[in-house]
Structure formats: structure tokens, C-alpha cells
Ligand binder design. Structure first.
Ligand SMILES: [Mg+2]
Length: 221
């Protein structure tokens, strides 16, 4: 089971030496993913800031052109759960999502859920769908993305990350050399405390990206 595979390797590694990974190491000690992401970004160059930029933006997962992804050589999907597939307080998949997942799998894509949420939440959602998952992923840290790629048995260049947060899903995916797709949150009113912190940081990051001309000024995301 995905779950136990992840659990086997979930020991906290010590802090690594290089400039970027000290903060990611810290991220594993405390659940303040967004804050740590911001520290990483603040201490890094313009290049690092650009790691917050998704390759593609869509309103919802249903707006993703699966055939276009296939044509670009994508074979695997690493997807966030909360506010990407369903609202954060929605325990199960909607009928629309079930149909979409059938379509995704019928189109030949392999799928894995990678969520920062806990085992109970993620397993109750993923198991009825027969979906592989990694819980408590600590995105944007690399480890869960690496694990997801090994579960998919695909290289980074054939895999896309779908998520609703720049500070976790997009930053984590981009750092790993994956394609990234940002969706609008399904139910922004249901976000937890940490996500609300991340949203504030996202706003700060967006202001900077707009200043650099990397994000449309009129776009309020
Ligand atoms: Mg999310």
C-alpha cells in the first residue's frame, strides 16, 4: 500500500547543508510549510521566485485538456487533494470527479494523490477511488514528490503536478522539474489555518511577481 511505503521512509532527515535545503529541512520539523517556503524564496534569487510560477493555470481540474497533456508527453499526474479535487471539507469524491478520474485513467494516465493532510482524511477519500496516495507529504519538500514519481514509475518530465497552492504544490513541483498546473481553490472558505497563512504569503509573492512583470496586473489570484 502506498501508505506503508511512505511510512517506511518518513524518518525526519537532519538538516542539509546547502542554502536552500536548510529551510526545507526545517519545514520537516514544523508544519509551517508556507512560512518556510517564503524564507527559502526570500533568501534566493529571482530564479527562485520564479519557481512559484505554474506552467499552466486553469479554473478547475475539469478545464485541463487531457489530450493536450498526452501530446506533450505527460503520462503521470500527481494531484493535491484539498481544494484541488474537492473542497477541503468534502470527505468523498463527487460524481463529477469520479467521471473525470475514469476519463483520466481511460486516457492512459497514472495518478497519485500527494497531500499534506493526515492519513485519516486522505485514505478515506482515496481508497474508495482505488487511488494511490501519499499523506502528510510536507510539500513543498522534495521527498514525497520523489516517492510519487517512483510509485508512478515515471520520470519528472513525463509527470504533471496539479494543485491549488503556489507555496506547496507549484513550488514543490517546479523544484523537482515537474510540469505544474495551478487550479483555483474549489472552496476557499473552507481552508484551514495553515492554508490561510499560505494564501497571505501567496499574495506577497504575487505582488512581487507582478512587479517583475511575471504575473498579469489585472489578475487578482
Ligand atoms: Mg490544496
Amino acid at each position: 500500500m502506498t501508505d506503508s511505503l511512505y511510512a517506511k521512509t518518513s524518518n525526519r532527515p537532519g538538516l542539509r547543508a546547502n542554502n536552500e535545503s536548510w529551510a526545507i529541512g526545517l519545514c520537516k520539523q514544523i508544519p509551517l510549510y508556507g512560512i518556510v517556503s517564503m524564507i527559502v524564496i526570500a533568501g534566493e534569487s529571482k530564479f527562485m521566485f520564479e519557481r512559484l510560477l505554474p506552467h499552466m493555470r486553469v479554473n478547475t481540474i475539469y478545464d485541463i485538456d487531457l489530450q493536450a497533456l498526452k501530446k506533450r508527453g505527460i503520462r503521470g499526474i500527481i494531484t493535491d487533494l484539498d481544494n484541488t479535487l474537492v473542497g477541503a471539507k468534502e470527505p468523498l469524491a463527487t460524481p463529477e470527479l469520479v467521471r473525470w478520474l475514469d476519463d483520466v485513467r481511460d486516457s492512459g494516465f497514472k495518478v497519485v494523490i500527494v497531500s499534506n493532510n493526515n492519513r485519516t482524511r486522505v485514505s478515506k477519500f482515496a481508497e474508495p477511488l482505488n487511488l494511490t496516495y501519499i499523506h502528510a507529504a510536507r510539500k513543498p519538500a522534495n521527498k514525497a514528490f520523489r516517492k510519487a514519481l517512483s510509485l508512478l514509475e515515471l520520470p519528472a518530465e513525463q509527470t504533471v503536478v496539479i494543485g491549488d497552492q503556489m507555496m506547496t504544490d507549484v513550488l514543490g513541483g517546479n523544484r523537482m522539474g515537474l510540469q505544474t498546473i495551478l487550479v483555483n481553490p474549489v472552496s476557499p472558505g473552507d481552508e484551514g489555518v495553515m492554508t490561510r497563512v499560505n494564501r497571505r504569503l501567496e499574495k506577497i509573492a504575487l505582488a512581487r511577481l507582478r512587479k517583475k512583470g511575471l504575473w498579469p496586473k489585472e489578475d487578482s489570484k
